[in-house]
Design a protein around this ligand. Sequence first.
Ligand code: GDP
Ligand code: GDP
Length: 499
Amino acid sequence: DDLVTERRFKKPLDFTKIEIARLPTVMIVGRPNVGKSALFNRLIRRREALVYNTPDDHVTRDVREGLAKLGDLRFRVLDSAGLEAEASSGSILHRTAGMTANVLARSQCAIFLTDGRAGLHVLDLEVGKWLRKHAPQIKPIVVMNKCESLFDASDSIAAAASEMWRLGFGDPIAISAETGLGMPDLCQSLRPVLEDYMLQVLNDEGARDDSFSEDSNSPQGNENKLPLQLAIVGRPNVGKSTLLNTLLQEDRVLVGPEAGLTRDSIRTQFEFQGRTIYLVDTAGWLQRTKQEKGPASLSIVQSRKSLLRAHIIALVLDAEEIARDKRSMKHAEVVIARQAVEEGRGLVVIVNKMDLLRGKNKSLSYEKVLEAVPQEIQTVIPQVTGIPVVFISALEGRGRTAVLRQIIDTYEKWCLRLPTARLNRWLRKVMSRHSWKDQAAQPKVKYFTQVKARPPTFVAFVRGKTHLSDTEIRFLTRSLKEDFDLGGIPIRIMQRSVS
Ligand code: GDP
Ligand code: GDP
């Protein structure tokens, strides 16, 4: 509590230092044509993105997401499709409205955009009603757009504001998304909401660390509720799109609306067992793989950038090709897997199209593939033992639960935090377990502590000038993995000397 108070009053939170995945989410809602896209584009600083002038074409739009920069505030911003309360069921409007509610439920704040020049519109009242019904936990900030000409005459802003009061969400803010007027005011009114959220997240994380039970041996005890960022990677035609459809099920989000929109910032998000999973760069590869189906396109699909944005990388392989070539991974796939591990991401390998091996007389049978793939992965990526492998048939829609469980399990291990006391009890046991060749050279690890999660990173404090050899580091790494069930996680051990 003290910590929170201190943070709040001493200095404003530095949003620029917060990981994108943990930033709060703000959704822009409002009737069509008030300037939601214009505001979205201004916030994400992509002025070249398209702004539509046609009130009727909003039916094809879907939710866009981007990283917003507003003064020193950073947040994720969602641009919703037009909300239409009277949308007939079954229409695309209805579907996008449902989706909007879904996304709104995961936002921490809403910018309720209106048109200050046109004044209060009957549809604004509908949107307000809709918000109260579907997102009662959110107190929207009413923003009047298109006010550039009203700024000269403060009376007209006051007049427009008094109309907007009828929405029942308090004082509106006047801005002009097109000229940027009023943006500092928007920043000022968003800050307390976003800071409250961030402090709560930081506080929760602290509480989780403290409350970690000494006896709990399971990473699940350290459950991390932050959205998991997942990248599905693989060569063209291995079945990524098919898998994606299986993963999203009915909760699917329409991807890639019109050319020219900020495609890279579109992200797909879905829920599994109460957990939010973000798909990183899906739109990117969906589009690119459509364009270039060839061996050369692997490198772009797995751009380093999207790799770095993800927590967990799901590498999809094609079982039929494995059976035919008697080789689990092609060069490009090995490169990606190694890169993922080197960047400290959790890796899950998915072998798709297993249905094609059933009952067929292939050079490698179903069972052989089950056996060979994990072994071969171990050989090509010796740094990380126990990388999980899931065998599925995306086409038959099988393996969704298995894939998602494995991904979540890997993520939880990736987020694991082990208390220092427990690590040091473990260290004493491990040191006695190992038969050091040269007793005199036995390294003197004084203590051991975890300095970071995501991925778990440890520091071994070594007495004096002694250094742990690579073999010793490997031994400690292997023991950590075995004793704390961290198979498949790229854990790191650093050393520091202490007197
Ligand atoms: P949306 O349907 O809410 O996403 O609205 P758009 O962003 O597509 O904008 C609708 C129309 O309003 C477009 O013609 C924009 O150029 C215009 N517009 C957006 N913001 C402003 C503004 O600040 N001032 C003025 N005058 N026009 C704006
Ligand atoms: P992407 O290029 O990686 O996105 O691959 P797609 O999802 O477009 O799939 C490429 C082709 O493989 C399509 O013809 C799919 O129908 C097919 N496919 C995908 N998954 C499976 C599967 O599990 N079994 C079989 N037999 N075919 C599949």
